[in-house]
Design a binder for this molecule. Structure first.
Ligand SMILES: *Cc1c(COP(=O)(O)O)cnc(C)c1O
Length: 230
């Protein structure tokens, strides 16, 4: 299978899993994670009408955006350092998936205000409580959402994101995805003005089916589309 065929196969899986879960058709979408892959492979998908791509480094995102003539929808999915915020907000970024602290949010707010931009963000949750991962602790997530909403009028919170712990059996990841969904419901129920919880960005190549069953609205898939990264 080529890249486009693999992309289509995953889109097909999405529809099947949504159906299985009793969710409406079209209620989840595929973000093609193109990190480390050349622009030519992005363009190969774009030629078929694919528009949404995820990168995990600001520098690489900037290089691709600047080299790419097509108007694509770029997502930043990787950990964001405060000293990269200036460079990031000069780029057309549709959604930042990885906001995990008030300090980072303040930095984004400052730059967004300067450019008079409204910036869409997700709050990243460290759902497995792993030392090695970024993300706010689940118990702190509601507080962080409240604080960002209160202090950062140029940031629009659209939902939550997580990178689940790696397990051999994707079934073992299910409780984490379920935890994310519960957390989303809890935050939604708090009805914080200006905050939407419509997006749940979770699920990657190894576990996207389970994530869809548990309510993912964006799955971030790299390897299963583009092949292994070196
Ligand atoms: C690399 C990456 C992905 C995609 O991972 P695959 O296993 O290649 O599908 C998803 N989310 C984040 C945050 C990533 O860094």
């Amino acid at each position: 299978m080529d890249i486009w065929e693999r992309y289509q196969a995953i889109e097909h899986d999405i529809e099947i899993e949504l159906q299985k879960a009793g969710r409406p058709a079209g209620s989840a979408r595929l973000l093609a994670v193109s990190k480390t892959k050349p622009l030519s492979q992005i363009l190969a998908l774009a030629a078929h009408g694919v528009t949404a791509f995820g990168e995990n480094r600001v520098q690489e995102l900037a290089e691709k955006v600047n080299a790419c003539e097509a108007k694509l929808e770029w997502h930043l999915i990787g950990h964001l350092q405060r000293n990269k915020v200036r460079q990031l907000l000069k780029l057309p970024v549709a959604l930042i998936h990885s906001v995990d602290s008030l300090r980072l949010a303040h930095e984004l707010e400052k730059e967004a205000e300067k450019w008079d931009k409204q910036v869409n963000i997700l709050v990243e949750v460290n759902i497995g409580g792993e030392e090695s991962k970024s993300g706010v602790d689940p118990e702190q997530a509601l507080t962080l959402v409240r604080e960002i909403a209160g202090a950062c009028p140029h940031l629009s919170i659209q939902g939550l994101m997580c990178v689940a712990p790696e397990k051999e059996d994707p079934e073992q990841v299910r409780p984490y995805f379920r935890g994310m969904r519960d957390l989303r419901d809890t935050i939604e129920a708090a009805r914080i003005p200006g905050v939407s919880m419509k997006e749940l960005s979770m699920g990657m190549s190894g576990d996207y089916r389970v994530a869809l069953e548990e309510g993912a609205t964006i799955i971030r898939v790299g390897t299963a589309i583009f092949g292994a990264r070196t």
